[in-house]
Design a protein around this ligand. Structure first.
Ligand code: KG4
Ligand code: ZN
Length: 349
């Protein structure tokens, strides 16, 4: 293993998933261990920050051991420790960051703070067979906390060109799901219900904001859903299908607008809502641009994506210096880094 890049271990605790993964550039993902706190928070209808942080602390040591042993590695084989340094729930982020830092210091290996959203953006790289086109790329990052259109001009070089002015799209899914009686986060349950409904039953508005705007607004749609539900004129299946159709329509229209502005060679989907099948299908049908999406398991929060981002930054001279953690962290503040073509080559456009 001497001339190879050593494996990196990565830790993710920015919200309600405690995750550890081991990844090696050139080899791929060696292992991952994940515990979801969903049941812990379901009772409260949302993530309770203090509970999240306490549970991360309790689970991290065991998950770390499991990830290492599943990868058949000893601690001495590790060449770096990546961890999510933000953005996220500050107490939760802090637990993983302190755990990661102390391991790195104990082992005498570099620590690699990672931006959680860069992890999402690069999660498509976990598919080792992916064909990458030259930059610029356009990323649609849709999760419980973010709805972002990001122009990617190079490795580590991001500009946000559109975002939600109110609720994130995952929040819009989750709030409607709660009206239907699903536990938090109910986005996936709503999508499953929608599969057997009529998406033309209710004509929800498609909030587009000003002409040409790449920003999003979902709070009005969520209110319209609650109003329709109260009227009891439609089945839950039809309501869910119509609501999902409206959300996906808005996302697709804004992606098309952004494609006009950016002329990307690649459209990259990321984040928990990228697991939505209707969204994936409709974007896959967009002509003129190649679309790539992470495997379902890597759409929602995980440590494998933090490991890829950390491994690339470590190998490419792009380790960020972060003291403490960053509850807020602008993607455009990140520095660029180099990626050797034996790891991820950019094919012809
Ligand atoms: O990326 P993620 O795990 O966490 C954040 O960083 O927010 O995203 C979670 C979000 C939740 O809002 C969840 O309901 C939503 O992704 N989600 C879905 C689907 N699967 C997960 N929304 C719509 N359709 C799905 N299939
Ligand atoms: Zn996330």
């Amino acid at each position: 293993m001497s001339c190879q890049v050593k494996p990196i271990v990565a830790i993710e605790t920015s919200c309600d998933e405690t995750a550890v993964a081991v990844y090696q550039l050139g080899e791929g993902l060696l292992s991952q261990a994940l515990f979801s706190q969903v049941e812990l928070h379901a009772l409260y209808g949302g993530v309770v920050p203090e509970l999240a942080a306490r549970d991360h602390v309790a689970r991290l040591p065991e998950l770390f051991q499991k990830a290492l042993s599943d990868a058949n590695l000893q601690v001495g084989d590790i060449g770096g420790v990546a961890y999510t340094a933000g953005p996220g729930l500050v107490g939760a982020v802090m637990t993983g960051a302190s755990f990661g830092r102390s391991i790195a210091q104990t082992l005498g290996v570099p620590e690699v703070p990672v931006h959680h959203l860069e992890g999402h953006i690069l999660s498509v790289l976990l598919d080792g067979a992916i064909e990458l086109r030259p930059f610029p790329w356009l990323t649609l990052l849709v999760s419980g906390g973010h709805t972002l259109l990001i122009r990617v001009d190079g490795w580590g070089r991001y500009s946000v060109i559109g975002e939600s002015i109110d609720d994130a799209v995952g929040e819009a899914f989750d709030k409607a799901a709660m009206v239907l009686g699903f536990d938090y986060p109910g986005g996936r349950a709503l999508a499953e219900l929608a599969a057997s409904g009529d998406d033309g039953a209710v004509r929800f508005a498609r909030p587009m904001l000003a002409k040409g705007s790449l920003d999003f607004s979902f709070s009005g749609l969520k209110t319209a859903f609650a109003t329709q539900h109260k009227k009891m004129r439609h089945s839950n299946e039809d309501l869910a299908a119509s609501y999902q159709a409206a959300i996906v329509d808005v996302l697709v229209k804004k992606v098309l607008l952004a494609c006009d502005a950016v002329s990307p060679n690649l459209l990259v989907l990321a984040g928990g809502v990228a697991a939505n099948q209707r969204l994936r299908d409709e974007l896959a049908a967009v002509r003129g641009v190649k679309v790539v999406a992470p495997a379902m398991a890597y759409c929602t929060d995980n440590a494998a994506m933090i490991a890829v981002a950390g491994a690339l930054r470590q190998a490419g001279g792009g380790v960020e210096s972060v003291s403490g953690v960053r509850a807020r962290w602008d993607l455009s503040e990140l520095s660029g880094f180099a990626v050797e073509s034996q790891f991820f080559a950019l094919d012809e456009a």
